[in-house]
Ligand binder design. Structure first.
Ligand SMILES: [Zn+2]
Length: 260
């Protein structure tokens, strides 16, 4: 497929809300690589945010393809993915359902998640709404094939090295688990159009409350050395309430916590 066709397909998907070819972030007609966010001065409550790391980059932030050890569907809460560890191309959760079951709009192919998190997602949406925040789901499950086209798109936009930091190579995305969601404030705004979406009212509410519903921020600010990826204040992964609380209390990023 030519780049033009690929890009057109991705843009079309974005417009129809399918987001099937969505990277992190989703490309649009005016897509540009997300700039490196400035260091945030608005640090949320300490327990909710892992301590920024310094020092050497983790060994698993090396480009390679190794099957991640915990990859059964029931292992969803302990599967770790990074630049090295990946899911097999055949991994597709058997219980994908539309996010509309949790009250969100969007019936596109990319707007499905595992049924096991619907109750928590519904509760999160209701709580956010009660606090005055209308959250939207920008992107959820992504197949291996979608990740292939997505990563290729970002390479075409900003080059391979740049793409690695904000987009996962095929098999390496948490979105393939069916438990990762990119949230937004709804409407036409995209979270990466903010310097730091976590400082906006809905983004801040999520930072402070998502754990109560089993969701953790996978790529916190200042943790690129241990998560491999740039800060993504819109990308959350559901691991269940008990484990989300444990991760929060650990003060670690999810990737570090799962390596323990
Ligand atoms: Zn994401």
């Amino acid at each position: 497929m030519s780049f033009a066709l690929l890009a057109a397909g991705i843009v079309l998907n974005a417009f129809v809300g399918g987001s099937t070819a969505a990277p992190d972030p989703i490309p649009t007609a005016t897509a540009s690589v997300t700039p490196t966010p400035p260091l945030s001065e608005a640090t949320p409550t300490a327990a909710a945010t892992p301590t920024p790391t310094s020092g050497a980059r983790a060994s698993y932030c090396t480009v390679a393809d190794r099957l991640t050890p915990y990859r059964a569907f029931d292992d969803y809460a302990r599967t770790f993915l990074d630049w090295t560890d990946a899911l097999p191309s055949t991994y597709e959760p058997p219980d994908l359902v539309p996010v509309s079951m949790a009250g969100f709009s969007g019936e596109g192919r990319g707007n499905v998640v595992r049924a096991i998190l619907i109750d928590d997602l519904k509760a999160l949406r209701a709580a956010a709404g009660a606090a005055g925040h209308q959250l939207a789901v920008l992107s959820a499950y992504r197949s291996y094939g979608t990740q292939q086209s997505t990563f290729a798109y970002w390479v075409s936009v900003g080059g391979y090295e740049r793409a690695l930091r904000s987009s996962a190579r095929a098999g390496h995305s948490e979105h393939q688990l069916g438990t990762a969601i990119d949230f937004s404030s709804g409407g036409t705004s995209k979270p990466w159009e903010n310097d730091d979406w976590a400082t906006t009212p809905p983004g801040k509410w999520l930072i402070q409350n998502a754990w109560r519903y089993g969701f953790v921020l996978s790529y916190p600010d200042g943790t690129e050395n241990v998560t491999c990826y740039e800060y993504e204040p819109w990308h959350y992964r559901w691991i269940g309430r008990d484990k989300a609380l444990a991760v929060r209390q650990s003060g670690l990023s999810l990737r570090e916590y799962l390596a323990r």
